[in-house]
Ligand binder design. Structure first.
Ligand SMILES: [Zn+2]
Length: 246
């Protein structure tokens, strides 16, 4: 068998199907997991983050708001994909699990579809940091990003700190991509360290209507929901990682 290292890692060690991918003619969970991983890793998602969320100790971080929207998305993957339900996930501090949460949401979708689909060539799942996205803006190949079924843009707003930040050009490209995606009802997940009103300021309000930033500074309306990851330490995670046995 000519297996990729990823497949060997996930499926090769499975004690339920002994690597065959099937148990009593039913697809084994390891095979579903491999399908989901494979498509995400190819799309730029981080393998070590996937290992973390599938490792058994992951839980959704404490949220200031947006929990209901997250729960709906997770419980209704078909609806989420069909309607293009989208998120703006932010917290004012680093290390609160925004990127991990974005991985989790896409993994949940892919887990669902991987139960019945081995491969769906018309669907693409992409992860881009805002930095890598800005580089792609300059290379000009934007169709793939604009038309991906699911796109995560990580750390939006950080590009304003780049020395070589060509502001007008990047805003125009970002606007075009988000506009096209919204028009086609494609799932877009943005993460940021900035609350929506601050982000609106960075972009001179160019993105306000696309991101549905309301006059009161909150995001929400047609397709987007805002999710604010709590500013407080996530104690659940701390306890799970504790060195104390008691
Ligand atoms: Zn298995």
């Amino acid at each position: 068998m000519d297996w990729s290292p990823l497949r060997i890692k996930i499926q090769g060690s499975c004690i339920y199907c002994e690597g065959s991918g099937y148990v009593n003619d039913l697809l084994c969970n390891c095979a579903i997991k491999f399908r989901a991983y494979n498509r995400m890793v190819r799309g730029g998602f981080h393998e070590y983050t996937l290992d973390f969320i599938t490792g058994g100790s992951y839980s959704i971080p404490m949220l200031e708001n947006g929990l209901e929207a997250i729960q709906y998305f997770v419980a209704n993957p078909d609806v989420a994909l069909e309607r293009g339900l989208s998120f703006y996930i932010f917290s004012k501090e680093n290390g609160r699990g925004k990127t991990t949460l974005a991985h989790y949401l896409v993994y949940v979708l892919l887990w669902h579809f991987s139960k019945t689909e081995n491969y769906s060539p018309n669907r693409k799942y992409m992860f881009e940091s805002i930095h890598s996205l800005c580089k792609k803006f300059r290379s000009g190949h934007m169709d793939e990003i604009a038309n991906a079924s699911v796109l995560v843009i990580d750390d939006i707003g950080m590009e304003t700190r780049l020395a070589d930040w060509k502001k007008e050009n990047n805003i125009t490209m970002l606007h075009e991509i988000l506009y096209q995606r919204k028009d086609q009802r494609l799932v877009t997940i943005l993460t940021s360290n900035y609350e929506p009103s601050v982000l609106a300021g960075f972009y001179g309000s160019v993105l306000d209507s696309i991101l549905e930033i309301q006059p009161d500074g909150r995001i929400g309306g047609h397709l987007y929901r805002q999710v604010e990851v709590g500013g407080a330490e996530d104690f659940r995670l701390s306890f799970e990682n504790s060195e104390w046995p008691v």
